[in-house]
Design a protein around this ligand. Structure first.
Ligand SMILES: *Cc1c(COP(=O)(O)O)cnc(C)c1O
Length: 219
């Protein structure tokens, strides 16, 4: 299959998943995860009308996205990988959505940079729903207080929550937990679901799914 066909297939499956659970058509945003692929490999997706992309490394993104953004208007770039506070300036400068806010130090660094640059990328808090030690994200039990700290003391707008369920578990309960936490926090956006489980994530209320290999091929 060509990239265009794979992209159409993913879009069609999202539409079916939305219809199956009675959600509005188009209520799920498709974030095409282009990590490890270079500008030449990303251009066909842009030509096919895709405008929303996800990357997991700041430095890798700096090597391709300034050029791609300059070529086409309306590109929306999401940071979906762990962020170090020494990269906060670069992240604020390049990304439109930062999905991986998960500790006070990074939240403070982002708040400072946003003020300095006069830029306001939309922010999501990453939740470690499986409490995996090697994985980034705030613990589920600490999420409500952390979102309140970001909004209150730091004055940050938090639009959503994001999670990456453990690879070897049924993702359903993790998606359900994230949806429940979002309600408790009063946030509207839910970033969950990848190539293997995005249709299930739509059923659990994902407002965006992050799909890489099903669109771009294996990495
Ligand atoms: C790589 C990545 C994805 C996409 O994974 P695929 O299985 O290729 O769809 C989604 N979310 C995050 C955080 C990732 O790092």
């Amino acid at each position: 299959m060509e990239l265009q066909e794979r992209l159409d297939d993913v879009r069609a499956r999202i539409a079916v998943a939305e219809r199956d659970v009675g959600r509005a058509a188009g209520s799920t945003q498709l974030v095409a995860v282009s990590k490890t692929f270079d500008a030449e490999q990303i251009r066909p997706a842009i030509a096919a009308g895709q405008r929303v992309f996800g990357e997991n490394r700041v430095q890798e993104s700096q090597g391709k996205w300034p050029e791609l953004k300059a070529e086409t208007s309306g590109i929306e770039l999401h940071l979906i990988g762990p962020l170090q506070s020494n990269k906060a300036a670069e992240a604020v400068a390049l990304f439109d959505v930062i999905e991986t806010v998960d500790r006070e130090k990074i939240a403070r660094a982002l708040a400072d940079e946003m003020k300095r640059q006069g830029k306001s990328p939309r922010l999501y808090v990453q939740v470690n729903t499986g409490l995996e030690p090697q994985k980034a994200g705030i613990a589920p039990d600490d999420t409500v207080a952390f979102v309140a700290l970001c909004r209150g003391e730091l004055g940050l707008g938090i639009d959503g929550l994001m999670c990456i369920p453990p690879a070897d578990e049924n993702p359903g309960p993790h998606f359900a937990l994230l949806a429940k936490l979002a309600k408790s926090c009063g946030v509207e956006k839910l970033s969950m679901g990848m190539s293997g489980d995005y249709e299930l994530a739509v059923a659990f209320g994902a407002t965006s799914v992050r799909v890489g290999s099903a669109i771009f091929g294996t990495r």
